[in-house]
Design a protein around this ligand. Structure first.
Ligand code: NAP
Length: 349
């Protein structure tokens, strides 16, 4: 049992969709406790329950309910800041915190493709963490969590790449409303509708998996070199992103071997038994109508990726469906898992 005092953490963007999930998931965390919450000037100075438009089904944790929201300035009493900031402001604020000695774990796009910043999925590329030694942040560091759809896709591709090699990938997403932030949730635009555009999303889906699946040679990450084509759609589902994937592989292989590779996929967070790690990163479903957001999004603490409908494809070799929880595996839960990995590797100063 861990008897050390808990590490103090702050949440930047605490009022947002991702910020709320951080607050909910960190209640009773064995290693971390929230000591600070921060958001925009509009919310700063207010009690959390007065400023937030709480969208989760479980209530606001008691310890946070009346806590005063601060501005996102690097004078917070904590070591780690989890960022769920709007990307229009995240870049500068996160840099400011890192330069002032904080470990920043970000969900925003701004620093993801920086050469010295790991784009981390602890099950896929834990070795990339070592690149933070190249950062010049005065004792602090920035670690980023990938795009919410890229996480599900990349976890599904990792065992395929390692076992059979990948030639090319095509993916079409059906993404949940909660992925569009509180403003989208408050609007009516998604009702009875499909929106065939999510700003910047296709570019992220086509590039981020290649960095994550890239080779780290102790100094640089060399991106994986297969093409990915993505089309991203917003659909009327509250939580859980679904993706229809087609893949061409380097080796000829049977469906059974692919399913076996997914089911045997077990990585460092599982071996270390990190508190937020799913028991199995990938769950494969044989039923022809699964996975579905309503039924599988919360599986294994909302941290597992569900896959189903593997079948032969006439254009590529195989096609299948991937589902993952966008605000847990794809955001707050994934970021907390990154922090747990940093903690076990003694990388939190
Ligand atoms: P959101 O609901 O719109 O929340 C944005 C947060 O940023 C709010 O707390 C807001 O505070 C704060 N903020 C806005 N302007 C600010 C400013 N000038 N200074 C300080 N704080 C400011 O967005 P979200 O969906 O949680 O997404 C947050 C980030 O995570 C985005 O970069 C998004 O792309 C990324 N992401 C989201 C998901 C998802 O599933 N939602 C998944 C992965 C990554 P106020 O309430 O005070 O305005």
């Amino acid at each position: 049992m861990n008897t050390e005092p808990k590490i103090k953490v702050g949440i930047l963007g605490a009022t947002g969709s991702v910020g709320q999930k951080f607050i909910s998931l960190l209640e009773n965390h064995p290693w971390f406790e929230i000591t600070e919450i921060a958001a925009s000037k509009k919310s700063a100075g207010k009690k959390y329950n007065e400023a937030v438009n709480w969208v989760l089904s479980n209530p606001i944790p008691k310890s946070i309910c009346e806590k005063i929201i601060k501005e996102c300035k690097p004078n917070l009493e904590c070591k780690i800041v989890f960022s769920g900031l709007d990307s229009s402001v995240a870049g500068e604020i996160e840099k400011d915190f890192a330069q002032n000695g904080y470990t920043v774990i970000s969900n925003s796009k701004n620093h993801r493709m920086d050469e010295d910043v790991p784009l981390l999925i602890p099950e896929v590329n834990p070795d990339h963490l070592d690149i933070i030694k190249n950062q010049k942040y005065n004792g602090g560091a920035i670690i980023t969590n990938p795009n919410c759809s890229a996480i599900g896709l990349t976890i599904a591709l990792k065992p395929l790449m390692d076992n059979f090699g990948i030639e090319s990938v095509n993916v079409v997403t059906m993404q949940a409303i909660s992925g569009g932030g509180i403003d989208l949730m408050k609007s009516d635009s998604f009702k009875d509708n499909v929106i065939p555009f999510i700003s910047g999303e296709e570019g992220k889906m086509e590039t981020e998996p290649l960095k994550i699946l890239g080779n780290f040679n102790s100094d640089k990450i060399k991106n994986a070199d297969f093409p990915i084509s993505a089309q991203c759609n917003r659909v009327n589902v509250f939580d859980g992103h679904t993706e229809c994937v087609q893949v061409k592989l380097k080796k000829k292989v049977s469906s059974e071997k692919i399913i076996e590779a997914w089911q045997n996929f077990n990585a460092l967070p599982q071996r270390l038994a990190l508190p937020s790690a799913p028991e199995n990163p990938i769950h494969y479903f044989d039923s022809e109508n699964l996975p579905q957001p309503k039924l599988q999004k919360d599986i294994d603490k909302g941290m597992a990726v569900s896959i189903g409908r593997l079948r032969k494809d006439k254009l590529f070799d195989f096609k299948f469906v991937v589902l993952s929880h966008n605000t847990i595996r794809g955001a707050a839960g994934g970021a907390i898992l990154c922090a747990e990995l940093l903690y076990t590797k003694s990388l939190i100063k």
